[in-house]
Design a protein around this ligand. Structure first.
Ligand code: NDP
Ligand code: GDR
Length: 345
């Protein structure tokens, strides 16, 4: 019999890539999506898996304990990958209570459901480098103290500790992956890399004049999402449950990513001014292509993330292969294609 896995949040970036990976490995995959006013399956469609015979889409909301229990009873899965979350840090400042209900308490619902239905189910929790927040050490690894700086980070830290608590209290195979930012052409447009590559493509095609951003000094460790879902799978195949950092160990500013994206679209930038007055000007035409809009600043910022993935390399054999330049190029090309076709992804 083939392995059976549940992916919560299959409509998101990681959910789609993980589903593709597990289907390729011969799994029967149950992917949960929530009832919304419009269907949100474009990522699975882009990957060509939305009608795969071994993919079953099930309606589910993480905030409901009884439906978490029924979901596990009805699907009879042996692996659960919990990727569902209110995952946008900016929104978590506007909607802290909803964020806690989904991103924090939702995880407890699933852990309780596992304890009640079948303690043999292996569980993966999507933890995050946002838990390091105001960083206490550089680079950050599994033993670095946490200091979250947003309601999202706090909710994820609660879920992280609950995962460890259920591992230790009930002997459940519950692993936590502390993943640093990972991006792809399937990234949502609210996140900064995809916002940039989409805007750069539109500027290149004459559909937009100028890109507006918040804090361009923030530094992130950006990797390729397709490789990070491989790490999630490896964690549930390991001999023992544990906590692992997945990262590239390279950090760049938002400004650096903007430059890379314009470079990939055949435009070079020249920076002028400082702080709120900073602008990115086209070297060829002198036109302002990038400016700062303080509306995109956050009440508290995470300034510098850089992860050390040594443990994942040693224990899981996991490594990144794609450089930031290649990743950015891939994203710009995808957005040039989409904007040329005027598709709404
Ligand atoms: P996305 O925002 O792309 O996807 C989040 C998913 O969660 C969507 O499918 C969304 O559904 C679903 N969801 C939201 N609320 C609920 C709910 N109440 N019940 C059920 N499902 C819900 O995130 P990513 O794919 O980028 O990330 C996957 C996970 O990994 C998230 O938990 C994120 O916090 C975490 N993470 C991500 C990192 C990254 O860099 N991408 C880094 C570290 C951690 P819908 O489509 O309906 O909105
Ligand atoms: P992050 O990603 O908060 O790290 O969370 P995001 O891409 O939103 O922000 C990264 C950095 O860019 C700065 N920034 C802007 N961000 C956005 N979204 N829009 C802007 O216009 C803008 N201008 C500057 C931000 O201030 C920030 O410093 C992501 C999510 O996927 C989380 O779910 C995940 O846990 C973490 O990565 C790791």
């Amino acid at each position: 019999m083939s392995s059976r896995a549940l992916i919560t949040g299959i409509t998101g970036q990681d959910g789609a890539y993980l589903a593709e990976l597990l289907l390729r490995k011969g799994y029967t995959v149950f992917g949960s999506y929530r009832r919304t006013s419009s269907v949100n399956f474009w990522r699975m469609e882009e990957l060509g898996i939305s009608t795969h015979p071994n993919l079953h889409l099930v309606e589910y909301d993480l905030t409901d304990l009884s439906s978490s229990i029924r979901l596990l009873q009805n699907t009879n899965v042996t692996e659960v990958y919990n990727l569902a979350a209110q995952s946008f840090v900016g929104v978590s400042f506007e909607q802290p209570v909803t964020t806690m209900a989904i991103t924090g308490m939702g995880v407890l619902n699933l852990l309780e459901a596992i304890r009640i239905v079948n303690k043999k189910i292996r569980f993966y929790q999507a933890s995050t480098s946002e838990m390091f927040g105001k960083v206490q050490a550089i680079p950050q690894l599994e033993t670095t103290p946490f200091y979250p700086r947003s309601p999202y980070g706090v909710a994820k830290l609660y879920a992280h500790w609950m995962t460890i608590n259920y591992r230790e209290s009930y002997d459940i195979f519950a692993s936590s992956g502390i993943l640093f930012n990972h991006e792809s052409p399937l990234r949502g447009r609210e996140f900064v890399t995809r916002k940039i590559t989409d805007a750069v493509a539109k500027i290149r095609l004459g559909l937009l004049d100028c890109l507006e951003l918040g804090n361009m000094d923030a530094k992130r460790d950006w990797g390729y999402a397709k490789e990070y879902v491989e790490g999630m799978w490896c964690m549930l195949q390991a001999d023992a449950p544990d906590t692992f950092v997945l990262a590239t160990n390279r950090t760049e500013t938002v400004r650096d990513f903007v430059e890379l994206a314009f470079w990939a679209a055949d435009r070079q930038l020249h920076w002028r001014g400082k702080g709120e007055d900073e602008v990115g000007v086209c070297r060829k035409t002198g036109k302002t292509l990038v400016k700062v809009n303080p509306a995109f600043y956050r009440p508290a910022e995470v300034e510098l993330l850089i992860g050390d993935p040594q443990k994942a390399r040693t224990v899981l054999g996991w490594e990144t292969r794609t450089t930031l330049e290649e990743l950015c190029q891939m994203m710009v090309e995808a957005d040039l294609r989409r904007n040329t076709a005027r598709s709404s992804y």
